[in-house]
Design a binder for this molecule. Sequence first.
Ligand code: TRP
Length: 349
Amino acid sequence: MKDIILTGDRPTGKLHLGHFVGSLKNRVKLQNEGNYDKMYIMIADCQALTDNFDNPMKIRENLREVALDYLAVGIDPEKTIIFVQSMIPELAEYTFYFMNLVSVARLMRNPTVKNELKLKNMDESIPSGFLNYPISQAADITLFNTTLVPAGIDQEPMIEQTNEIVRKFNSLYGETLNECKILLPDNSVARRLPGIDGNNKMSKSLGNCIYLSDSEEELRKKVMMMYTDPNHVKIEDPGNIDGNTVFTYLDVFANDDYFKKYLPEYQNLDELKNHYKKGGVGDVKIKKFLFNILNEELTPIRIKREELSKNMDYIDEVLIEGTNKARMVAKENIVKFKKALGINYFDKD
Ligand code: TRP
């Protein structure tokens, strides 16, 4: 059996470089290899509302932005079904029954939830909707019989929790749902791209993002601001590459061709790193190199995004059509789910 692929993003802001290397690239690759049964990308507006319920306009404003980002990086609505979470009521139904299968203690132990609680300085005061979002994510995944989830490493606990729910459901109500696997980027650095401030994660709330939609000038400014080695003051000083954000990014993006094109004094990244460690390479030089690389990667995306943004009716069409397709599958798939629970009271069979 071929894979059923599903993944998604919260529409809390435009997508950034962390999304790009952490998941979007893998999605486009999977899509274009075409070796799947169905591929879905969901805009997780309900999930985004669990911690933005006091600002729904933010979600509304970003829904189409995220769709633009998808199409700009090469997601093709002919091949991938892009849909809106809140428009699939079956997801809420699944979530409601799944809530019986998970304890509050287990939700509190979910590392992603735990981390977010810490960031927000919350514990028991947490809205129950937010606490439940891993359950709703399990619904997203299982409703479509997903087997493969291309996502960032921060989603690993969600997949684990989903598979736990699947096993529990199946053991109680009979073999109905299937487990899934996560697909992470091969490059381990790409799995958790730091923000330009060197902070652990690139994240909108930390204000340390490079967005796919950033102009060339914004990109240049951000690269020039990037955190390097604070003790590397003079060019001759030996430099540290560990925790040096520019080198972290180069680990993800630099290849030998880029060296030939933009920094031909070096054959490859190892050479550049060695020289930097010894001393004699300035930060401006490595930043310029990184800027050239990122600009080459992002320019086609930026241009396509700008083109697409001139016709927002088309974006709406894509979302409506994708959602209609997903809804049809959802309606079909929920039948056996309800039957397993015995809540299909008036079905004829
Ligand atoms: N939790 C994901 C994020 O924060 C979004 C998401 C919602 C998702 N449902 C999903 C990802 C299902 C993968 C599969 O970006």
